[in-house]
Ligand binder design. Structure first.
Ligand SMILES: Cc1cc2nc3c(=O)[nH]c(=O)nc-3n(C[C@H](O)[C@H](O)[C@H](O)COP(=O)(O)OP(=O)(O)OC[C@H]3O[C@@H](n4cnc5c(N)ncnc54)[C@H](O)[C@@H]3O)c2cc1C
Length: 449
């Protein structure tokens, strides 16, 4: 009883705090450390990377995810004279979108996996498999594990990292244990594969799943994953439950649809708790502590809050005042406030857009145009990115809900907010098929000409 009263009070307070905490994009600019770093690496890595001589303005893109792949393709499309170099620390692309459907065997791994070599060959740019390790903005040089690359424009599209410190995990040993035993599955195919194995081998008891606070990657995906895992448990006749602990005071998106799916299909499997932000994790006891309760679990998928990829901070680009350690960029043109030759896009951007693949894809086409216009001394009008997200709730056949939305700057709130939202919370097989067709279209666009 007393717990319920506490929880309600907490919901009211946190809603008020959330409303008060909307900040203008780039509003921390004046506090930003604008110093330009000198490279601090060994001389062998300072020698030039093996690349053909550039024939036009060179754009180097760090990160061949949804943002970087789209950017590389459309830069070449809009300006064939540009010399575009895309690099990624990974050897091949495995999609995060649709990976929940893969977990539940609705698509195979081949559907998600694509070749960077094909993408570069088909679209006329250079791909190198390398890790960006340092940046000299004064000398316009990026240092990578394959050598130094001089640029005219640099696009940072490195995605996200997890921020375990925001759930009180400061000990690197504990963080490693969490990454290994209870991976979040929101940043690499390896993690998602570990989760797939976990769910396939789960034979009963409590499977804990968590939803972080903040602007985390893919708002709907943790709820979708709970549905997909529950569908698998149902199919295998596993006697157990999924405890879905949400740090937020309600389901963040498609809330009516997910609530209905939880009660219509998975009432005996999914137990959903809102306002259950993690305050401590007792690994040896298999226990998680939240502000109101402690919960025991047998296995877990723990999704901590996220931040912009660490490489932004390592390069001195992160705004120290930004809670998710994003860079201070022009909210309309995406370049650093103090450097019109360095851009930040995709999930590491600072605008509060949905961190989703479709957002990154539509935004990258626009930013490619911005960069080409800048090189030609022109300007183009701002275009909103488009968020489009399908969420599976039922399998065999896959049935999904969807949302499509744009953004508009709200002068009163001094931030961007959803605009022209088309929300379909009634799931269907047709929408399930549309989601797969959407992904196929995206892969075709990023990997073929
Ligand atoms: C389970 C799940 C479901 C999702 N469902 C959807 C959906 O239905 N619809 C949707 O639109 N979105 C969805 N998303 C979100 C989508 O995956 C991301 O928003 C999208 O990947 C962001 O693209 P990005 O290019 O910014 O980052 P990423 O795709 O993460 O790409 C960043 C790249 O940068 C590389 N990199 C990082 N640091 C370096 C470095 N130092 N040197 C070289 N390379 C580096 C990384 O290897 C990576 O390949 C989902 C995500 C998950 C996890």
């Amino acid at each position: 009883m007393s717990q319920k009263i506490n929880r309600r009070k907490f919901l009211q307070t946190s809603a008020a705090l959330a409303a008060a905490s909307v900040a203008a994009p780039g509003s921390h600019a004046s506090e930003m450390d604008q110093a330009i770093k000198a490279p601090a690496i060994g001389s062998n890595l300072s020698s030039p990377a093996s690349l053909p001589a550039k024939k036009g303005p060179r754009v180097v893109i760090v990160g061949a995810g949804w943002s970087g792949l789209t950017m590389a393709k459309y830069l070449k499309k809009f300006a064939s004279d540009f010399d575009v170099v895309l690099l990624d620390k990974r050897e091949q692309f495995v999609s995060c979108p649709i990976s929940n459907a893969w977990i539940a065997n609705q698509v195979n791994l081949e559907f998600l996996t694509h070749s960077y070599v094909d993408a570069a060959k088909n679209n006329g740019y250079i791909f190198i498999s390398a890790t960006a390790i340092d940046l000299d903005r004064a000398g316009k040089t990026l240092y990578t594990t394959e050598g130094a690359i001089a640029y005219d424009y640099l696009v940072m599209a490195p995605g996200i990292d997890y921020d375990y410190a925001r759930i009180g995990v400061e000990d690197p040993e504990v963080e490693q244990q969490l990454r290994m035993h209870y991976p979040a599955g929101f940043n690499s195919a390896s993690e998602v594969m570990a989760i797939k194995h976990k769910i396939e081998n789960f034979n009963g008891g409590t499977l804990l799943m968590t939803v972080p606070t903040g602007n985390y990657r893919c708002m709907a995906a943790p709820y979708e994953r709970a549905c997909m895992a529950a569908a698998m448990m149902k199919q295998r006749g596993v006697k157990g439950k999924i405890l879905l602990l949400d740090g937020n005071n309600d389901i963040r998106i498609k809330s009516e649809g997910f609530r209905r799916a939880f009660s219509e299909y998975y009432a005996d499997i999914i137990e959903y708790e809102s306002s259950a932000g993690i305050t401590d994790i007792l690994l040896e006891d298999h226990e998680i502590e939240t502000e109101f309760d402690n919960y025991q679990f047998d296995d877990a998928v723990i999704y901590p809050p996220i931040r912009a990829s660490r490489v932004l901070e390592n390069f001195g680009l992160a705004d120290p005042a930004s809670p998710q350690k994003e860079a201070a960029i022009d909210p309309y043109k995406y370049h650093l406030l103090d450097d019109e030759h360095v851009y930040v896009t995709g999930d590491s951007r600072s605008q509060p857009f949905s961190k989703s693949g479709n957002t990154a894809h539509s935004e990258a086409k626009y930013v490619a145009e911005v960069i080409v216009a800048h090189a030609r001394g022109e300007e183009i009008a701002w275009r909103s990115p488009q968020t489009m997200c399908f969420s599976g709730v039922k399998t065999d056949p896959l049935e999904s809900m969807s949302i499509i939305a744009f953004y508009k700057f709200n002068e009163h709130e001094k931030s961007f907010a959803f605009d022209r939202v088309h929300l379909m919370e009634k799931w269907s097989e047709r929408s399930g098929q549309a989601g797969l067709a959407w992904a196929e279209g995206m892969f075709r666009d990023m990997f073929y000409s």
